[in-house]
Design a protein around this ligand. Structure first.
Ligand SMILES: NC(=O)c1ccc[n+]([C@@H]2O[C@H](COP(=O)([O-])OP(=O)(O)OC[C@H]3O[C@@H](n4cnc5c(N)ncnc54)[C@H](OP(=O)(O)O)[C@@H]3O)[C@@H](O)[C@H]2O)c1
Length: 346
């Protein structure tokens, strides 16, 4: 029986490289569904995949993870198309308007934190977040909450007696506990919404394991390393792409110090692909699986313990359930024509 795999954010970067790797592994034994917000880009990605794997089954699904109604409509469509889902990759993500803190960078460069700064970007990246049409924080909703709603909506396809399914989150080594606050899970008041959303995905994955393992659903988290994609090019938007290319030899040298400089989407997708081949029950729910590339260019996956605990993960899970109920109530009021109030009060 062919496996059904759905990938969010599949039209570019690490998501697209993952699809290519999955099809190279087993082109005919997969039903691959690319969930993307932009159908033109999704169509281009599908054509590229079919060009190298003409017999593959590659479907498209329109979904914007920053819009709760879009996520719900997409989930309905998935339930019409498939009876079950074997693997759901929660990969779509944004880091809008990133600001590179040059001063912090130079301070870090001459400190004992230099390797960790290159590996995790801790302290050198801030972002300006926006609001979605639902009044939610954009980074939180795109990276985390839209995916949470998707998982909840697809529960009947993911939880099947006697069978196992996988959720695989693309997190980051930029996920820092210090950027996250339980009193402000959307990160309305801080300047590191990306780091906060990725830390929240680490916590949520742990909570999902607590709640769903007994029903055959397992969740894991990966970090792709530092990969050159449109997300990273956005860190220095005025920097021409060819200058990034000139930096590549320096990046390869840095790789000798830190194997997290995976650099290409193919390398960055290593842990995503590796997890697909594992028995989900054998994985460690407290581990983050890192894509790593050695100085000689060998790819491998390494599990590293996450800075998460069960109690905090459960608190976040409860808060997300509350928010889901609240958003649902606001959407129903709006649909009924009753006065909807903005979810900014949540
Ligand atoms: N690159 C890195 O070094 C790095 C490091 C750590 C973690 N990550 C994570 O890796 C994941 C993939 O990023 P990438 O580096 O491959 O960057 P990318 O090429 O920009 O890919 C991001 C993908 O997410 C999609 N997306 C963004 N907002 C969306 C929305 N509202 N609804 C649906 N899809 C949406 C994008 O679609 P559009 O084409 O429509 O924008 C795109 O397909 C992200 O979660 C990112 O946080 C990347």
């Amino acid at each position: 029986m062919s496996k059904v795999v759905l990938v969010t954010g599949a039209n570019s970067g690490i998501g697209l490289a993952l699809c290519e790797r999955l099809l190279s592994h087993d082109a005919e034994g997969l039903q691959l569904c690319l969930a993307c917000r932009n159908m033109q880009r999704a169509q281009a990605a599908r054509s590229a995949l079919l060009a190298s794997h003409p017999r593959a089954q590659v479907a498209l699904l329109q979904m914007d993870t920053s819009s709760i109604s879009s996520v719900i409509a997409a989930a309905q469509e998935v339930k019409l198309r498939y009876n079950r889902l074997d693997c759901l990759y929660l990969n779509a993500g944004i880091m809008p308007n990133p600001q590179f803190d040059i001063r912090a960078f130079f301070r870090g460069l001459f400190s004992s934190r230099v390797v960790s700064m290159f590996a995790t970007a801790e302290g050198i990246l801030t972002q300006k977040d926006g609001l979605t049409a639902d009044g939610l924080q954009e980074v939180f909703t795109t990276n985390l909450f839209g995916h949470f709603v998707l998982v909840r909506e697809l529960e009947p396809l993911l939880c099947h007696a006697g069978l196992t399914s996988q959720l695989i989150w693309t997190s980051s080594s930029n996920a820092h506990r210090s950027a996250f606050s339980m009193g402000d899970i959307q990160h309305r008041r801080g300047t590191q919404p990306y780091s906060s959303s990725k830390y929240a995905s680490d916590l949520l994955s742990l909570a999902l394991n607590t709640h769903y393992n007994k029903r055959g659903l397992y969740s894991s988290v990966i970090c792709p390393g530092f990969v050159m994609t449109s997300l990273t090019y956005g860190i220095l938007p005025s920097f021409p792409t060819f200058l990034w290319t000139l930096f590549m030899p320096i990046f390869w040298l840095i790789r000798i110090l830190t194997n997290t400089f995976t650099l290409t989407p193919y390398n960055g997708a290593e842990a995503l692909f590796w997890l697909f081949k594992q028995k989900p029950e054998s994985l460690d729910p407290q581990a983050k699986y890192h894509s790593l590339t050695s100085g000689l260019g060998r790819n491998y996956t390494q599990a590293r313990r996450m800075d998460v605990d069960l109690h905090t993960s459960q608190d976040l899970f409860e808060k997300l359930l509350q928010l889901e109920t609240e958003v649902d109530r606001v959407c129903s009021s709006a649909a009924d024509g009753r006065t909807a109030y903005s979810t900014t009060c949540l």
